[in-house]
Design a protein around this ligand. Structure first.
Ligand SMILES: *[C@@H]1O[C@H](CO)[C@@H](O)[C@H](O)[C@H]1NC(C)=O
Ligand SMILES: *[C@@H]1O[C@H](CO)[C@@H](O)[C@H](O)[C@H]1NC(C)=O
Ligand SMILES: *[C@@H]1O[C@H](CO)[C@@H](O)[C@H](O)[C@H]1NC(C)=O
Ligand SMILES: *[C@@H]1O[C@H](CO)[C@@H](O)[C@H](O)[C@H]1NC(C)=O
Length: 434
């Protein structure tokens, strides 16, 4: 007997709305249900905004063609009504996975493609009719993968509805790093990274993650990244093949004057310099790291800088487990931080510009602004995956320890009490006695 046709069609529609994914979990395919959000825009009456609409707040680094770069770049805006759609430009990586959400709710995921319009919020979206406590209704989107990106061609809301500009958050952080900060090998990559966790966990904080897997601090080829952070941090795009294809040897310098300064910069870079494959000597590494800190001080004179000690891996050691952390350039990093905090330096700090490649003294006294965050002892059994990167839980631990460090060192209150959502990390037991 055939099922009633309505039921059958509903089932079919639901089935065709799901796409297969290959996120792996302990070597097995993780079950996901990414909604197919592509629509025929002609079927809707919408109000359309161009990508340069002042109501759209871009997060992270975007170039002059509204193409996103680095890890977990995104956008945010307020809106009215019950529809939000985005038309993606041709420079969008085909099928790239993006996370998006209403206000502080859980992330939803969908694969998007250039030249298509995706209806991301519709009347059936969870939370679409909840108007508080976050008001106006806000939409946030982040690209999950560092190497891929999106291009915004247009943003649409329902006919007669509008976008609402959100104020910049009162606090702003930036994370400069490599694969560890970019979220490599965590379930939802950038959106499962500790860097995301710090940004979202602080609350009322805009965050930008200038991190790319394999990159060194030193300006040399590391694992195929043509440049190091001492150069690339000063540019809009990252070191991916996508960037080379888009900008060749002429990337757009990042216009720091057009973007609010970060208040706090967290630097976790050097694991690739430390790897003998890349053959970076300690003096070359420290010179690059020093210039990155001086670059940050030049671009964001009021920012505090946290340098994280390196962690390198995890293994069984004899009859216990040991995370091989805080190794790599330990003495050199300590000496560098001592130098930054010396009276001699603070009385006349040096700033560095990675585009002109010039160092200059400021003749402006400054208070100590460089801090060491020692990662020893944070990551333990199960916190580092076989590929030598934090597991989802490991990333949450790094984020949590950093959040507490930031609170205790700088007096920043943790203003989020919920929206730091690490999608699909909830597992629990509801059997009380066994
Ligand atoms: C959607 O994105 C995920 C993560 O990148 C990927 O594994 C999957 O193949 C994509 N699906 C489609 C249909 O492109
Ligand atoms: C957006 O770009 C268009 C086309 O280049 C231009 O006419 C318009 O003035 C820009 N709007 C804003 C707010 O910059
Ligand atoms: C590594 O660097 C040292 C010193 O700079 C150099 O002599 C050596 O040839 C390099 N090795 C490789 C494999 O590039
Ligand atoms: C971090 O702490 C460990 C243990 O206290 C210590 O051995 C290590 O030298 C410290 N690392 C740095 C970079 O100071």
């Amino acid at each position: 007997m055939l099922p009633p046709s309505g039921l059958f069609l509903a089932g079919l529609a639901l089935f065709s709305g799901l796409v297969e994914s290959t996120i792996l979990q302990n070597g097995q395919v993780r079950e996901t249900s990414f909604k197919n959000t592509a629509v025929d825009i002609g079927a809707f009456s919408l109000k359309t905004y161009p990508p340069n609409a002042t109501e759209i707040s871009y997060q992270g680094r975007w170039d002059s063609k509204y193409v996103s770069w680095w890890s977990a770049p995104g956008l945010k805006f307020g809106y009215t009504g019950s529809q939000v759609a985005i038309t993606f430009g041709r420079s969008t990586s085909p099928g790239v996975l993006v996370g998006y959400r209403i206000a502080g709710l859980d992330w939803q995921f969908t694969n998007v493609t250039g030249g298509q319009t995706h209806m991301l919020i519709g009347p059936d979206s969870p939370g679409v009719d909840l108007t508080g406590p976050i008001n106006p209704m806000t939409f946030e989107l982040r690209v999950t993968n560092w190497a891929f990106g999106i291009q915004i061609e247009a943003v649409h809301v329902g006919e007669g509805q509008k976008l609402v500009k959100l104020p910049n958050a009162p606090r702003r952080i930036e994370v400069i790093g490599d694969s560890l900060a970019a979220g490599m090998y965590t379930s939802y990559e950038g959106l499962s990274s500790w860097a995301y966790g710090v940004g979202a966990g602080l609350g009322n904080t805009d965050y930008s993650i200038t991190a790319y897997p394999g990159i060194c601090a030193a300006d040399q080829d590391c694992w195929g990244n043509p440049r190091g952070q001492v150069h690339q941090w000063f540019y809009t795009s990252d070191t991916s093949w996508r960037a080379t294809e888009a900008h060749g040897n002429n990337p757009e310098p990042w216009d720091f004057s057009k973007h609010p300064a970060a208040d706090l910069v967290i630097i976790n870079i050097g694991t690739n310099d430390q790897n003998s494959h890349n053959n970076v000597s300690a003096p070359v590494y420290i010179d690059a790291l020093t210039k990155i800190v001086q670059g940050v001080h030049g671009k964001y004179p009021k920012a505090q800088v946290v340098v994280m000690s390196l962690w390198l891996g995890f293994s069984q050691t004899g009859n216990t487990y040991a995370s091989v952390s805080s190794q790599g350039f330990v003495k050199e990093v300590q000496n560098m931080i001592r130098m930054f905090n010396s009276d001699k330096y603070l009385n006349n700090p040096t700033v560095y510009d990675g585009v002109t490649k010039t160092s200059s003294q400021t003749n402006k006294k400054t208070k100590p602004f460089v801090h060491l965050f020692n990662t020893t002892g944070i990551l333990q059994h199960n916190d580092i995956a076989p590929q030598w990167h934090p597991t989802d839980v490991g990333a949450i631990k790094v984020a949590s320890h950093l959040l507490q460090f930031i609170k205790m060192t700088f007096g920043w209150e943790l203003e989020a009490t919920g929206p730091e959502v690490f999608h699909e990390t909830l597992y629990w037991n509801d059997e009380p006695s066994y």
